[in-house]
Design a protein around this ligand. Structure first.
Ligand code: ABU
Length: 382
């Protein structure tokens, strides 16, 4: 096919904030409750101790979330952004591999967790949970379309881990808080270090630099794989840690870049002291997010994410940010920082573990690879 070499490649996103042209918005259709498995122990939030539901989500819960997702689609389209959606997938189907079995899969509400655009490359993450093993499938048709449409687009699939029992610390979920505190500071989570494991949502893109959170869903082997895969392509990969987060999973409720030089930071999850200078010595400012409107206890009963979904905003450009409709304190902060703030109701999507950033996967933004950290010491591939 003929491609105008001057045009923006079909797949092109180097950071989290450049002007947005095309994006995938997730869908709740066919969603299931996440099953209990070694990498996940979902709990009902009402404190009743009731067993977590199993199988397909009720039609009403799916309809409510889909309505809000449709609202986001309409808002993005009104901003001139092309919106694409995942293919239907039978999440109710059980899985059996040589290493594990799981009763059902999860959902396609949060493409951010599995797919990431790194420049002109699409990368599919390994994922860290059994119920999410095949979560790339609803996006494969789109990936083929982008890959066929433009020879500048490349596509990488990370090695699939076994997700066998041996990949997990089975007793992780039962550690008392004191032990958890001690072990978390040694960065011990539910996944071991024996296989390459990462979720795409543990990464955040800053042009030439990509930061990756070590977490319950991304291990050091995963970060090493990302470093060795991306650094020969001109990226620099930096592990980051937020030691006060006892259940870290996905960076986009913790450390959210909004434009060059500005990060929205979670006040309860400061970045590790020795990792801060990378930002401050390169002129970046960290602004603390205000407390979310909902407390953790007030979050939807089946939501397994924290109240900090408030911070899970989506940038349409370095000047325009989409924020959840009820998060007025954050909207006021963003306005005071000279952002145009667009809002959309999204509370019913919270039940699926994400908000506006999680529920999207940006395909094309304007812009090229920039160096936002010109005074970084050289870091060899580990
Ligand atoms: N999937 C994002 C959840 C992060 C958090 O609970 O803080």
């Amino acid at each position: 096919m003929m491609v105008n070499p001057e045009s923006i490649p079909v797949v092109n996103a180097w950071n989290e904030w450049d002007p947005l042209r095309e994006i995938v918005v997730g869908s709740a259709t066919g969603a299931c409750f996440e099953p209990t498995e070694p990498g996940n122990r979902p709990q009902v939030r009402d404190g009743s101790g009731a067993p977590f539901p199993k199988g397909l989500k009720p039609d009403e819960a799916i309809a409510r979330a889909n309505e809000e997702l449709a609202g986001l689609v309409a808002l993005l389209q009104a901003q001139g952004v092309t919106v694409r959606r995942p293919e239907p997938h039978d999440f109710g189907r059980s899985l059996k591999t040589p290493a594990f079995e799981v009763e059902n899969q999860y959902c396609s509400v949060c493409p951010r967790d599995v797919m990431i655009t790194l420049g002109n490359e699409i990368l599919e993450a390994t994922m860290s949970r059994r119920a999410r093993y095949f979560e790339y499938e609803p996006y494969r048709k789109l990936v083929y379309e982008y890959w066929e449409a433009d020879p500048r687009v490349s596509w990488t699939v990370a090695p699939k881990p076994t997700m066998a029992d041996s990949m997990y610390r089975k007793d992780f979920w039962d550690w008392p808080m004191e032990e958890r505190h001690a072990r978390m500071h040694a960065h011990e989570y539910c996944i071991t270090q024996d296989e390459v494991v990462f979720d795409a949502a543990d990464m955040s893109r800053f042009g030439k630099d990509v930061i990756v959170q070590e977490s319950m869903t991304t291990n050091r082997a995963g970060i090493r794989w990302l470093k060795r895969t991306l650094e020969p392509k001109g990226f620099r990969v930096h592990p980051v840690h937020f030691p006060l987060d006892y259940f870290p999973s996905h960076i986009d409720c913790t450390f959210v870049p909004l434009r060059p030089g500005l990060v929205l930071a979670n006040p309860e999850r400061p970045i590790r002291e020795d990792e801060l200078p990378m930002f401050t010595e390169n002129g970046w400012k960290l602004v603390e997010a205000p407390q979310p409107v909902l407390s953790n206890e007030e979050m939807p009963a089946y939501c397994q994410s924290s109240k900090w979904l408030s911070m899970n905003v989506l940038s349409v450009s370095p000047h325009t940010v989409i924020c959840e409709e009820q998060e007025k304190p954050l909207q006021d902060l963003l306005s005071s920082l000279d952002f145009e703030v667009l809002t959309v109701p999204f509370r019913h999507v919270f039940e699926y573990g994400g908000s506006l950033h999680c529920a999207t996967w940006d395909i094309r933004r304007e812009g090229t690879r920039e160096d936002y950290f010109p005074s970084l010491p050289y870091q060899p591939v580990a």
